[in-house]
Design a protein around this ligand. Structure first.
Ligand code: BTN
Length: 259
């Protein structure tokens, strides 16, 4: 039996079909394999109780212990009027949606965003996002979300215990993962809809909670390192860095250090 209420997910969100598995290597890999086989009813939600080989950005592993929330939502970018150019904004919009749900659940907690798309609670990472697509269907987006929910970090690799946090350990009580997932999917679909209209100020909403704001950071982007003071993000989703060379806009990269 699924450890989620799948009927409720379909009834209360934009999801048309759920592919649920107790264990998968990676929900993103499963979603991409589905896309490779042909037509896919979407929005499709690929949901796993746990992953054996979850993937993060920059070839990192995503540790997914039992109790975590790991899913991939497949949406048609064309239906949302979102082109490939909008991808940085989709990642940012997803992290923003997750942070808004957490802020709603625990209004007294400080929930922050770290460019490009991590969500932090009490200065530790609680959620990561990986947006991908398949060459065969470049318009279909696979939005992968991993959240530490009811999983204990005590069994995590030692480097993660220093830098990551789970909701159950922060709050002291477990959360209903279906409830959390429904809230995230609803907020995410609202934000995706707003992203397609240029009227919504993504940069203002995002920069307000940006943990790098005003701080000197070192960002590695390809073979280059950029050091500068973070000025938030712009409406395209680029990180704004004030460096000796002037204001730089970075569309991709990894924040290597906060100085
Ligand atoms: C990161 O922080 O580097 C991104 C982590 C993304 C993890 C999620 S878990 C669900 C989906 N399936 C994967 O293999 N990865 C994403």
């Amino acid at each position: 039996m699924a450890s989620f209420d799948l009927a409720r997910i379909v009834a209360e969100t934009i999801v048309q079909r759920v592919a649920y598995h107790d264990v998968l290597d990676s929900t993103n890999d499963f979603a991409l394999a589905e896309l490779a086989t042909g037509e896919v009813t979407q929005p499709l939600l690929v949901l796993a109780d746990r992953q054996r080989a979850g993937r993060g950005r920059a070839q990192n592993r995503w540790w997914s212990a039992p109790g975590s929330l790991t899913f991939s939502l497949v949406v048609d970018g064309n239906a949302w009027n979102l082109s490939a150019r909008s991808w940085p904004r989709i990642s940012l919009g997803t992290s923003l949606a997750v942070s808004e749900v957490l802020r709603f659940i625990v209004p007294n907690e400080e929930v922050q965003l770290k460019w490009p798309n991590d969500v932090y609670l009490r200065s530790k990472k609680v959620c990561g996002i990986l947006v991908e697509s398949s060459p065969r269907h470049p318009n279909l987006l696979v939005i992968g979300v991993g959240m530490n929910v009811n999983n204990s970090l005590s069994e995590a690799p030692s480097e993660l215990r220093e830098t990551a946090i789970s909701l159950v350990e922060a709050f002291g009580y477990p959360l209903d993962r279906t409830d959390l997932l429904v809230r995230v999917l609803r907020q995410l679909s609202d934000r995706l809809r707003q992203l397609s209209t240029r009227e919504w100020p993504l940069s203002d909403c995002w920069s307000e909670h940006c943990m790098l704001q005003g701080r000197t950071v070192c960002v590695v982007s390809g073979a280059r390192r950029h050091v500068g003071v973070c000025q938030g993000i712009d409406d395209e989703g680029a990180l704004l860095l004030q460096s000796d060379a002037g204001l730089q806009k970075l569309f991709a990269g990894v924040v290597a250090r906060i100085l």
